[in-house]
Design a binder for this molecule. Structure first.
Ligand code: SF4
Length: 353
């Protein structure tokens, strides 16, 4: 059996789990190719204009899956206790059903960690009936999936390269090797350069935007050419949790929590010269979190820029904004101690001298 797995949305955080799960069951997983213009255009035709860019890309990737026996679209309600995924994750697969090519069945399962591991396993075992797998086989596959996911997450520190890690996981899921060795992966792009002469920028936002190089016009690659880059994935869970303390109310969306916790850490980190928040049109959680983070950045006088992507985002505009931001940071670093003879500063509440 060949299962199609779209390279969008949940792919960027949870593919290792599903790859390990299906690999253990002896099911081949076929992923759609990296995003290109045609994939995006096909996606735009199948979902409403108001929806967010990642969901439009998901619709395109579903249509790019050829020669598969079924398309796998899990409903990932929650991935940890006390939080939910964004409502758009919960609406899958119904909200995206129009994008599925005629004649190809959808395979789906509910994954809700709020109800605990026992319930997750039970739901997977019910799903296993469709795959003609026994409860025992599903239990084994579940453990294998968790092991792959853990190995992948443990590799998210310094030196981690998403593309390289994914390649290894995909090779393993095709049976080229038994388990992914993402921890020892050698990054194809130098992720950190040990010289503080370069600026250090934190790029925060959903993994399916920061790692989606077609949609973000290779923003991450451009930044890595000129600066050292920190991502949300580089921040440990302990640091994320510490930096969530002090909020009057808990954030209950998983991604929003990770982004705000990591972003708040970057705001306080004196080694970080500036923060870029990569958001997308139509994202409800970003509209809240990017403003909360902007307030924190203002308090700490940390340079902060929001880039909002949509399907019309042009390369020239993005490059201009990026270069202006980096130039501003360079100037700030050079002239930081300069105090105007006209006064201590002209505007107490901004970064302007
Ligand atoms: S969190 Fe935002 S970008 Fe992600 S699926 Fe939900 S609305 Fe879309």
């Amino acid at each position: 059996m060949k299962i199609g797995f779209p390279r969008a949305l949940f792919f960027f955080d949870y593919f290792p789990f599903w790859a390990g799960f299906f690999h253990c069951l002896g099911i081949e997983v076929v992923t759609s190719p990296a995003t290109q213009r045609q994939i995006m255009e096909q996606g735009l035709k199948k979902v409403s204009d108001e929806t967010c860019l990642p969901l439009k890309l998901l619709a395109g990737h579903i249509q790019a899956l050829k020669d598969v026996d079924a398309i796998f679209l899990p409903r990932m309600v929650s991935v940890e206790l006390d939080t939910y995924n964004c409502p758009k994750f919960l609406g899958i697969p119904e909200s995206i059903v129009s994008a599925v090519p005629a004649g190809i069945p959808i395979l789906t399962v509910v994954l809700n960690w709020r109800k605990g591991q026992r319930q997750v396993l039970k739901d997977l075992q019910i799903f296993g009936i469709q795959l003609e797998k026994s409860k025992l086989e599903i239990r084994k596959a579940f453990s294998e999936g968790q092991a792959w996911q853990k190995q992948y997450q443990d590799s998210m520190g310094a030196g981690w390269d998403f593309e390289e890690s994914m390649r290894k996981i995909e090779d393993a899921s095709k049976g080229l090797q038994h388990a992914p060795s993402v921890v020892e992966s050698t990054p194809s792009i130098p992720v950190t350069v040990q010289t503080r002469e370069r600026l250090r920028i934190a790029l925060v936002g959903h993994s399916y935007l920061t790692q989606e190089s077609y949609a973000n016009r290779n923003l991450l690659g451009r930044l890595r050419e000129k600066t050292e880059v920190e991502l949300v994935q580089h921040v440990s869970q302990e640091d994320v949790d510490t930096n969530l303390l002090g909020l009057r109310k808990k954030l209950f969306w998983n991604h929003a929590k990770q982004i705000f916790g990591a972003g708040n850490k970057f705001v306080r980190d004196r080694e970080i010269d500036g923060i870029i928040y990569l958001s997308c049109f139509g994202c409800g959680t970003d509209s809240l979190v990017q403003d909360m983070l902007a307030r924190k950045a203002r308090e700490q006088h940390k340079p902060y820029m929001v880039i909002t992507l949509d399907e019309h985002s042009g390369e020239a505009g993005l490059v201009t904004r990026l270069e202006a931001f980096l130039d501003m940071l360079e100037r700030r670093r050079t002239h930081e101690s300069y105090v105007s003879t006209y006064g201590e500063c002209l505007d107490r509440d901004s970064n302007t001298l």
